[in-house]
Design a protein around this ligand. Structure first.
Ligand code: THU
Length: 143
């Protein structure tokens, strides 16, 4: 992995410290990089009314878009653990987060790179969100 991606993974790991996950005990952290080098983190935030909970990736991307709406998102790293940061578990983006990220990828007309951990601790890098969610609802993403 290149140094920038390693840095993002490191920051995503740190973000798991801020997860509020008393129900699932699944601590997820996301870190994204904007075009000017600004770093934004997010962590999952759960609620007693379970469906109101929010994934780490969405917390991060909504935070980015609400603070820096004009800055493009370059890449996002996502990690998760059940006990400690030293024992990461595989966590790929859920379908809902793919759809939400796709919205911003379409809007900015530039691919967002994804970094996540797959089976057996292997790092998965995807070049774009649309590669994980083809034939989506909004055809305008075919940039
Ligand atoms: N979760 C995320 O934060 N990101 C994902 O991509 C999948 C799941 C969270 C939601 C919930 O708080 C917990 O992980 C268990 O599903």
């Amino acid at each position: 992995m290149d140094s920038e991606s390693r840095y993002l993974v490191h920051k995503a790991k740190e973000a798991t410290d801020y997860a509020y996950a008393p129900y699932s005990k699944f601590h997820v952290g996301a870190a994204l990089l904007l075009e000017d080098g600004t770093l934004i983190i997010g962590s999952n935030q759960e609620n007693a009314s379970y469906p109101l909970s929010m994934c780490a990736e969405r917390v991060a991307v909504y935070s980015a878009s609400s603070q820096y709406p004009a800055k493009k998102i370059q890449k996002i790293a996502v990690v998760a653990h059940k006990k400690t940061k030293k024992d990461l578990v595989p966590a790929t983006l859920c379908g809902g987060c793919r759809q939400v990220l796709l919205e911003y990828e379409s809007k900015q007309k530039q691919a967002i790179e994804l970094i996540m951990m797959g089976a057996k601790g292997k790092w998965i890098k995807c070049p774009s969100v649309v590669s994980l969610l083809p034939f989506d609802f909004d055809k305008s993403n075919l940039f």
